[in-house]
Ligand binder design. Structure first.
Ligand code: ZN
Length: 227
């Protein structure tokens, strides 16, 4: 996991969607189509509403991943896209009135004040390199199978951990939670499962639609590891 640094603005319309944005959309529909995910478009030669700038859609480098309003998995996906933005070449994500941008890579989610609140889709922008080279297989490798059972990382031999647990598995969970929620206060990566870690696990479980018990068992591990 890593945070992408940088931002390549749009210059002028190119005439077609990029292969990278199409690859992300294909992966998204495969992973989340059964949960209401839909294609709200990639290429569109237009400006950003309320500004004089060309939209990244005009270069086919932005994908609008349609999601049901309020879906817990949509925020989980938005967080995962940011946490893996370096691997995926994603330079900006807008969702639910918040924006993360590679222009301010380590600032986490910031308020988005554009005219569209983005509650029904994730607007995801690719760098030029990603727009030219990203494949659906690569997205699958990085993010796993999304919300569907199927291929992707598995919990493996990780132990169930809860308040009072100590050790490397706790540190791993703390690291992942910090990467998922860069806008929240950082958990100490100390291998000691205390109340702050428990609260963060519950926060993640609630957003992911898991049982909210603060215990990292097989289901919560699977989500944390990208399955
Ligand atoms: Zn968009």
């Amino acid at each position: 996991m890593g945070i992408y640094v940088g931002y390549e603005p749009a210059r002028s319309c190119t005439g077609s969607p990029s292969s990278g944005a199409r690859a992300l959309m294909a992966w998204f529909l495969g992973a989340y189509g059964g949960q209401g995910g839909r294609n709200l478009g990639i290429y569109n030669c237009r400006g950003i509403p309320g500004t004089k700038s060309t939209s990244l859609h005009g270069e086919g480098r932005a994908a609008d991943l349609g999601v049901p309003v309020g879906a817990g998995w949509a925020q989980v996906l938005a967080d995962k896209l940011v946490a893996n933005s370096a691997e995926l070449g994603i330079q900006c994500v807008i969702y639910n009135r918040r924006i993360w941008s590679g222009s301010y890579p380590h600032a986490g989610w910031r308020p988005y004040n554009g005219t569209h609140p983005h509650t029904d889709h994730l607007h995801v922008e690719h760098s030029w390199h990603s727009a030219r080279t990203l494949t659906a297989e690569r997205v699958q490798q990085v993010l796993g199978g999304g919300g569907q059972p199927g291929p992707g990382p598995t919990p493996g031999a990780r132990p169930t951990i809860r308040r009072g647990s100590k050790g490397a598995a706790v540190s791993e969970a703390q690291r992942i939670l910090n990467a998922w929620y860069p806008s929240l206060s950082r958990l100490a990566v100390d291998g000691d499962f205390g109340p702050a870690t428990e609260a963060r696990v519950k926060y993640m479980q609630q957003r992911a639609g898991l049982a909210v018990d603060g215990i990292v068992g097989p289901n919560t591990w699977r989500r944390l590891l990208g399955g």
